[in-house]
Write a protein that binds this ligand. Structure first.
Ligand SMILES: Nc1ncnc2c1ncn2[C@@H]1O[C@H](COP(=O)(O)OP(=O)(O)O)[C@@H](O)[C@H]1O
Ligand SMILES: [Mg+2]
Length: 315
């Protein structure tokens, strides 16, 4: 994977709902990040901080209020013909949190999986379509007998596998997985994460993996971005973020993860983030700055200098 090979660029993206009204929500406020081809970018933050909106705006389910999304060199929110939109829809797929709600209960698994295949005309005959469905079911660890059943006949983990098969059916390059394991039993979560990792290796997929806490993303992410109230507050390689979290909000998220170590648990102190602690000069705004190579933090100029000094003393 070349570091230069960006599959997705998100530049100063804004998504405001109910703009100008009293109930205006700045769901995404000036967020920028890149995703390299073949990597997984984890995106974490508590409920309501704008993770799903970021995913939906990237694939143009919503028109952006401002900013840009560049996918494979193409401006996603630019003027597009129907054919161009269709091809973008095929290359960027989404997997959803709730496998119960995201599968049509009245459709057989074969229909659910082959919907995209038909929309994009990817097979010539009904026999080819069924063969493709069988192949996809096996790819996600299910089997061909499952094709004729309905969603309610499956467990949560199996339904999420069906959701993954449906996304894979159109041969995407990029998958946005929006809390794909949050609704599953802990024992099943690792299986689904492992399946996603296996598929990534086999097919060279690129992922945006959304989660509300930092416990599971570690195992799948190359880099992790932390969101707080519509803003990206920290972005770093996964190991680095866990070892040297810099933004106080990231530190508070990390302090919330219990570890299976009783000694650690006795001393674990839950840190609470207080956003009023950031001091800004008159007219100054927080900026997303690179504190050390590849490690970005939303901070004031004064904090930036302090963080840089501290990170030098750690080395
Ligand atoms: N379609 C919408 N209309 C108005 N507000 C919305 C809409 N979608 C999301 N929001 C608001 O935007 C914020 C971010 O929501 P969301 O992206 O769903 O957060 P997350 O996925 O991190 O839980 C929330 O305050 C939510 O209420
Ligand atoms: Mg969400």
């Amino acid at each position: 994977m070349s570091k230069q090979d960006k599959l997705l660029e998100v530049k100063n993206l804004k998504q405001y709902f109910n703009m100008g009204k009293p109930n205006e929500v700045r769901a995404i406020d000036n967020v920028s990040f890149d995703i390299y081809r073949g990597e997984t970018l984890g995106l974490v933050g508590e409920s309501g901080c704008g993770k799903s909106t970021t995913g939906r705006t990237i694939i143009r389910l919503y028109d952006a209020t401002d900013g840009q999304v560049i996918f494979n060199g193409e401006n996603v929110h630019g003027k597009k013909s129907k054919t161009e939109l269709k091809s973008l829809n095929r290359k960027m797929q989404m997997i959803f949190q709730d496998p119960y709600a995201s599968l049509n209960p009245r459709m057989k698994i074969s229909q659910i999986i082959s919907e995209g295949i038909d929309i994009h005309g990817l097979v010539k005959t009904p026999q080819d379509r069924m063969n493709r469905v069988y192949e996809l079911l096996e790819t996600v660890g299910l089997n061909r007998e499952h094709a004729n059943r309905y969603p309610h006949e499956f467990s949560g983990g199996q339904r999420q596998r069906i959701g993954i098969a449906r996304a894979l059916a159109v041969d995407p390059d990029f998958i946005i997985a929006d809390e794909p394991i949050s609704a599953l039993d802990v024992s099943i979560q690792a299986q689904v994460v492992n399946l996603l990792r296996k598929l990534q290796k086999e097919k060279g997929l690129t992922y945006l993996f959304i989660a509300h806490d930092l416990s599971m993303v570690k195992y799948i992410s190359d880099r992790i971005g932390v969101m707080y109230f519509g803003r990206l507050v920290e972005l770093a390689p996964a190991d680095e973020l866990y070892k040297n979290p810099i933004h106080p909000y990231t530190q508070s998220l990390l302090s919330a993860i219990p570890l299976p170590d009783p000694d650690y648990e006795k001393t674990r102190i839950r840190k609470v983030y207080d956003p009023s602690k950031h001091k800004l000069q008159p007219g100054e705004e927080m900026e997303f700055r690179e504190v050390k190579p590849g490690h970005f933090v939303m901070c004031s100029q004064e904090e930036f200098e302090k963080y840089q000094k501290e990170s030098l003393s750690v080395l």
